[in-house]
Design a protein. Structure first.
Length: 119
């Protein structure tokens, strides 16, 4: 029985389609789900536009629940450029907020002046 672990690339057969994703039978009897959000980087309106029952698929294992014998799978993680997209997500947000941090003190002072009663 092959060992399926997080991050591994495995093959399986699509056994069912639901509005929320596709079920895949993996080697060793484990069942997996490719959630609709893991089908493609593009907008997915209908899962069956991408996979159909009986299709052989190669997927990346995102997580494994050994008690339930289930795996979370991804097709989009294997799309060309997926590493680039993931790296972009991991970028720190700090540079974009630096100007807010610098202006905050000025805005607080301005607000205090506007709140003073007029004489």
């Amino acid at each position: 029985m092959p060992t399926i672990k997080r991050g591994s690339i495995v093959k399986g057969k699509v056994t069912g389609i639901q509005p929320y994703g596709a079920f895949v039978q993996l080697e060793g009897g484990m069942q997996g789900l490719i959630h609709i959000s893991e089908i493609s980087h593009r907008f997915v309106k209908d899962v069956s536009d991408y996979v159909n029952v009986g299709d052989d698929v190669t997927v990346k294992v995102l997580d494994v629940d050994w008690k339930m014998k289930r795996a979370s799978l991804s097709l989009k993680a294997l799309e060309p450029g997926a590493e680039k997209r993931q790296a972009r997500i991991k970028m720190p947000l700090e540079p974009g907020f630096r100007s807010l941090k610098e202006k905050l003190r000025e805005w607080i002072e301005q607000s205090k002046k506007e709140d003073l009663p007029k004489q």
